[in-house]
Design a protein around this ligand. Structure first.
Ligand code: ZN
Length: 507
């Protein structure tokens, strides 16, 4: 325990050593996980699970030990002697530790081992479309999350604690209000769009065979267009695309290539590229601190979906990318023009797979997951009933028939990794991005920048208002600083109504 007489500078030097050690463990853990998800042989999962369990055990001890807690509390009590970044870093770490210390160490280590094994089992189960294989793992994951959230906040509904984990301050009440607002505007829009769709045909190029080796070249070109620094960002291949940001000097993104769907990987790369830009754009003043990452899943998704949808699915981007497509795929894309590309990437129709869903129907996929995971967390649904409930809700909201669990309840990796409470972040992220666009347009000619192929003005605006701040501000505060107003879901519905209204009227 630090003596009262210990100087603040000595406490700060201990704190600096602590956060560097924690950062090293976190880096090692992250790289091992990335390796497990990408290139490691399948038979290595058990060993990796043991190693990760040891690392997480040591990290847990280091974080929750009485020395650490006392050090952080002492530093916080001297807040007037700390600079704002250090004060925020100390407070955030203390908050995390106080939450974590409510979970017994052995249960925490066992849970880390569980989710690591569950990842491998989920991949097998999805490949064979065999939910029964995954079910015992998913049951344990839900049970553990319920138990942990009760430890963390005994007086708060467990699903609210789960939501708060990913987006501080988010509750089921706010989610319900947000989704209700979306449903009210999206459903009438969907019926207008389906009338338009009935009169149009899918663009033939979208299901044509595009060789994977050429799609890899396209990924490289997309990374260049987004201005991703290739010295600090690489791309790997996984079943389910994701981004791992270790520090602003090492960010990894992944994609999945489908030979008969060139747009699938293309928009995954743009989406993950948005996540990567955020991580790469964090201010150097946060190097070596615990604040050198994105602040929340929703703000992260606001960036990825900004690039994927607002930029990637714009007329200006269609004009930019079609010549690139025709250069890389001279035969496959010979008849593709900018307008047909734009129509194809904005085509909105109910579908089975979330990551391939369009902007308009996407939030309905999120609503299905939100209602199901919330139901299990609240004890209203059994894990064993999830496949049936999933299929029912997909029928109810999207009008689609789910052929098997691989295209249904097993499609996403999130639950296998313990990511319960994550999904609403996707929908919120879309809405945040639309609000940022409205403000950005006041000073940046977004379409002109995209059409010119130089995204610098867009990137710089986001760097200035979002990326460089790292974890300095809570997500709601960051959004308000960025937009000069609190969160307003109507920006998103206005954006969708304008875009799809135009598509239905002018095509
Ligand atoms: Zn994402």
């Amino acid at each position: 325990m630090p003596a009262i007489t210990t100087s603040t500078s000595e406490l700060l030097s201990r704190f600096d050593s602590l956060r560097r050690t924690l950062a090293a463990y976190s880096h090692a853990t992250g790289v091992l996980q990335y390796d497990g998800d990408t290139v490691a042989p399948r038979g290595s999962a058990a060993l990796r699970g043991q190693t990760l369990a040891v690392l997480s055990g040591v990290t847990y001890e280091l974080q929750t030990g009485s020395d650490t807690t006392e050090l952080l509390r002492e530093l916080r009590s001297r807040s007037d002697e700390l600079d704002p970044i250090t004060l925020r870093d100390v407070s955030e770490m203390l908050r995390r530790i106080e939450r974590l210390s409510r979970i017994p160490a052995d249960e925490y280590v066992a849970y880390n081992r569980l989710v690591n094994e569950a990842g491998a089992v989920w991949r097998d189960a999805k490949e064979r479309s065999d939910f029964a294989l995954f079910r015992p793992y998913l049951e344990k994951i839900f049970e553990t999350n319920i138990r942990f959230n009760r430890y963390i906040a005994p007086d708060t509904p467990v699903y609210d604690t789960a939501l708060d984990e990913y987006e501080r301050g988010l509750t089921t009440e706010k989610c319900d209000a947000f989704f209700a607002a979306l449903r009210e505007r999206i459903v009438p829009l969907m019926s207008r769009v389906s009338a338009y769709l009935a009169a149009s045909k899918p663009e033939p190029f979208t299901s044509r065979r595009f060789p994977v080796w050429k799609q890899r070249l396209l990924s490289g070109r997309l990374m260049d267009i987004l201005r991703l620094d290739r010295d600090h960002c690489i791309i790997g291949e996984t079943e389910h695309p994701f981004t791992s940001g270790f520090t602003r000097s090492d960010v990894r993104i992944t994609t999945h290539y489908h030979e008969n769907s060139v747009l699938s990987s293309m928009f995954s790369v743009i989406h993950e590229g948005g996540h990567a830009l955020y991580e790469l754009g964090i201010g150097e003043e946060y190097d070596g601190t615990g604040l050198a990452g994105g602040i929340s899943m929703s703000i992260h998704e606001s960036q990825s979906r900004f690039y994927e949808n607002i930029i990637g699915r714009s007329r200006a981007f269609a004009g930019l990318i079609v010549p690139v497509l025709r250069e890389i795929f001279p035969e496959e894309a010979a008849d593709v023009d900018a307008e047909s590309f734009y129509r194809a990437v904005c085509r909105a129709e109910p579908s089975l797979i979330r990551i391939e869903a369009d902007e308009l129907t996407y939030c309905l996929h999120i609503m299905v997951r939100y209602e199901l995971e919330r139901g299990v967390m609240e004890g209203r649904f059994e894990v064993g009933d999830l496949p049936r409930l999933w299929n029912e809700k997909m029928g109810e909201y999207l009008g689609v028939t789910v052929p098997d669990d691989a295209h249904g309840v097993l499609q996403d990796s999130h639950w296998s990794g313990g990511g319960i409470g994550y999904f609403p972040s996707y929908a919120l992220g879309s809405a945040y991005g639309a609000q940022m666009l409205e403000v950005m347009r006041k000073t940046v000619d977004v379409d002109a920048a995209v059409a010119s192929g130089d995204l610098l003005p867009v990137n710089e605006w986001l760097r200035e208002h979002v990326w460089r701040h790292g974890c300095m501000y809570d997500p709601g505060d960051l959004l308000e600083r960025c937009c000069g107003a609190p969160f307003d879901p109507s920006c998103f519905t206005r954006y969708l109504e304008r875009k799809y209204g135009d598509l239905c009227t002018n095509l």
